[in-house]
Structure formats: structure tokens, C-alpha cells
Write a protein that binds this ligand. Structure first.
Ligand code: ZN
Length: 341
């Protein structure tokens, strides 16, 4: 009888305790898997956090931004501000390396502006014709299709944070990092746009592939009387004899092939002045007489100095990195970190 009890006891052990033991081991094993998974997730999150963590800026971590419409001055972290600038200045569907180059250029431009003050109580303003373009995150997102809003903004943030702290220097100092939309194939030196003495790192640079963008070519067609009335806003006494070819012609070109001086009847105007008065996209234009109309065929978009944004995208498509792009447009520069200035 005792034996029966012993067998029964063993049976109980086998049937209940052993499965329980095995299950426990499984749970433990599963637990181990879970914790490795968790560790990986934690690691990924840390990497992500590190990427988006603010850079330890020595001097220029926050900036005073002037909102020109409201006249308000807002203090914002530099890299937060740069997300608003990059998303306003460059199309989000451009290559990541082009957007990263834009982020570094915009960061450098901002610091240069802080060092060379333009506004009384602010470091920089949100007007593209004065400083750099800026758009709020909300307004920017509303301009994108709903299904790409999050991914587009994430791309912009990645480009800013993957380049955090990086700036362009020449002989150890932040450069005046001008940029524009499309160079028409060749960039311009600042002296031909604003006068002054120029900068050694801003030279005439050629970039292939700029003609593949919409910004490359444009036209302005004006009737003779429209042309006269536009020029009269500045030169009241202007007269042009349209039957005389010498009364409407380019007198001089810059080294990059842009119009330097042009004759309009009894006046000689600079290319930049003409661009403003006639609302041309650049000073790289030719004049074509078409019956009673004058056609200005324009190449490129913007002043043409420094980095061309479409040129940056075209170089990125060729496999160039953001650093290659920057060194293509700014001669003899280095990429440095702000806290090593
Ligand atoms: Zn400004």
C-alpha cells in the first residue's frame, strides 16, 4: 500500500511540478529575450535622444529673433530657430545632404549676424530680404500635405540636429555665409552686388546641373511704355529711342557673365539696379526685342553669391556630402564646432 502512495507521489511530482518547473524556465528564458529587446530599444532611444539633444553651445545657444510683423522679440534655442529657417529656405524634398549644408550655412549666417549686429535689440529678423527666411512650425506643416507633415518635419529636424554645433569658418572666424536659390551655373562675387571689398572665400564657382531646376530660367516681357514707366520710378527724365539698337544694350558684363552696366537711352544703370526696377530674378539676363515688346530672358534666381541651393541639391544627387557642398561654394573654409571658436 505504501508503495502505491510513493508511486502516486512520484506521479504527482512528474505531472505537476515538472511542467511548472519547465514553464518557469521558459518564462525566464522569455524574460531574457524581453530584456535584450528592451535594452536595444533603450539604446535606440538613447541614440535618438543624443541626436536631438541640444548641443553644448558656448556662446550662441540662444538667439533673439525679431518677428518683423509684430515687432516682438523672441528668445529661442539656436537649433530650434534653424529648423524654422531651413524649412522656410529650402524645399523639404531636396536631398538630405543639401538640407544639412543649408543648416550649417544658416547656423553660420546667424552667428555672423550676431557678431556683426544689424538690429538694435535683436540678433536676427524673420524677413528673408533683410536676414533669413523663417516660418513657424505650424504654418510650415499646414503648407504640406497631411500625410507627409510629420515625416517632412522630422527630416528637417534630423538635418539640423545631425549638424548641431557645426559652423563654417575662414581663418578661425565664422564666414558671412551668403546663399541664394540658383546661380545659373556660375556664382557671383559680392563686390558686383553690394560693392565693398569682398571676401576671399566668396569667388566665382561653377556648378553643373543647375539647369535641371525650375529656378534656372525665367522671362519678363514688357511693352516699351511699361519699360519706360518702370524705369521712370527712379529716373524721371529717361527717354529711349527703341529704333536705335545702341540705345538699349548691355555695356559691360561681370566675370561670371552677369550684366554689370546697361544703357537705357540717356542713362546707364547697373545690373543690380535693373534687376530691382524690372523685377528680374537675377542680373544674368539678355535683352531680346520682339516687335513692340522687350523680352528679358533671365538665368538663375537670386543675387548669385555663395551657396546655390539648387546647386547644393544637384551636388548631393551626385553623392557629395554636406561638407563637400560647402567647400565647393566657399573657398578655403573649414567646418568647425561653435564651442571650439
Ligand atoms: Zn534683419
Amino acid at each position: 500500500m505504501k508503495k502505491v502512495f510513493i508511486y502516486f507521489f512520484i506521479f504527482l511530482l512528474i505531472f505537476f511540478l515538472l511542467p511548472a518547473f519547465l514553464t518557469k524556465r521558459n518564462v525566464e528564458a522569455k524574460g531574457i529575450n524581453n530584456s535584450t529587446e528592451n535594452e536595444n530599444k533603450v539604446e535606440d532611444k538613447l541614440k535618438e535622444k543624443e541626436k536631438f539633444e541640444e548641443y553644448n553651445y558656448k556662446t550662441y545657444g540662444t538667439i533673439k529673433l525679431l518677428h518683423t510683423k509684430t515687432n516682438e522679440i523672441e528668445e529661442v534655442p539656436l537649433d530650434t530657430y534653424l529648423c524654422n529657417v531651413v524649412s522656410a529656405e529650402m524645399p523639404v524634398d531636396f536631398e538630405k545632404e543639401a538640407l544639412k549644408a543649408q543648416a550649417i550655412v544658416a547656423r553660420t549666417y546667424t552667428i555672423y549676424k550676431i557678431q556683426n549686429k544689424k538690429h538694435e535689440n535683436a540678433d536676427i529678423c524673420d524677413d528673408s530680404t533683410c536676414c533669413q527666411a523663417w516660418i513657424s512650425k505650424e504654418d510650415r506643416k499646414l503648407k504640406w500635405d497631411e500625410n507627409v507633415r510629420e515625416s517632412n518635419w522630422k527630416k528637417i529636424e534630423e538635418c539640423v540636429y545631425e549638424t548641431k554645433g557645426k559652423i563654417i569658418t575662414y581663418e578661425g572666424k565664422p564666414i558671412n555665409a551668403f546663399f541664394h536659390s540658383n546661380s545659373g551655373g556660375k556664382t557671383e562675387i559680392p563686390v558686383n552686388v553690394w560693392g565693398g571689398t569682398g571676401y576671399p572665400y566668396l569667388q566665382v564657382v561653377e556648378t553643373a546641373g543647375e539647369d535641371g531646376y525650375l529656378q534656372y530660367q525665367s522671362e519678363v516681357i514688357l511693352s516699351q511704355s511699361d519699360l519706360i514707366s518702370k524705369l521712370k520710378t527712379k529716373y524721371e527724365d529717361i527717354t529711349i529711342d527703341f529704333t536705335n539698337n545702341d540705345d538699349l544694350k548691355v555695356l559691360e558684363y561681370t566675370d561670371s557673365g552677369r550684366v554689370k552696366t546697361i544703357k537705357f537711352g540717356n542713362h546707364e544703370l547697373s545690373g543690380t539696379e535693373t534687376r530691382t526696377l524690372l523685377d528680374l530674378r537675377s542680373t544674368n539676363f539678355e535683352i531680346i526685342k520682339e516687335g513692340e515688346n522687350i523680352k528679358f530672358r533671365v538665368k538663375g534666381y537670386g543675387h548669385g553669391v555663395g551657396m546655390s541651393q539648387t546647386g547644393a541639391d544637384s551636388l548631393a544627387k551626385e553623392g557629395k556630402t554636406c561638407e563637400d557642398i560647402i567647400k565647393h561654394f566657399y573657398i578655403g573654409v573649414e567646418i568647425t564646432e561653435e564651442n571650439k571658436l
